[in-house]
Ligand binder design. Structure first.
Ligand SMILES: [Zn+2]
Length: 94
């Protein structure tokens, strides 16, 4: 009997802890995007700060630092908001 698997089979893994998805060994963000440092970013954004049992996390970069963090993202958002809205107060309808 030959195996019914084909070249098109998808190796899909999901981190039990943070819900991140790996397709064919490569981490993908929600929406299917993947970036060079996505595992490291994921570690900083998610895996490193999960309160649960970290041994369940399958991110190979878990525990590593140097990726994206919420502090960095907040900074980017604040900069963007300032550029976009200028000195208008966010949410003001006047
Ligand atoms: Zn994880």
């Amino acid at each position: 009997m030959t195996s019914p698997t084909s070249d098109f089979t998808f190796d899909s893994k999901r981190c039990e802890l943070c819900g991140a998805v790996w397709l064919n060994g490569k981490h993908h963000w929600y929406g299917g995007k993947t970036t060079v440092n996505s595992e490291l970013d994921l570690a900083g954004l998610c895996c490193n700060i999960q309160p649960g049992d970290v041994s369940k996390c399958i991110n190979p970069q878990r525990g590593e630092h140097g990726g994206d963090t919420w502090e960095k993202r907040l900074k980017v958002l604040e900069d963007w908001e300032r550029d976009y809205y200028g000195d208008r107060t966010f949410g003001s309808s006047s």
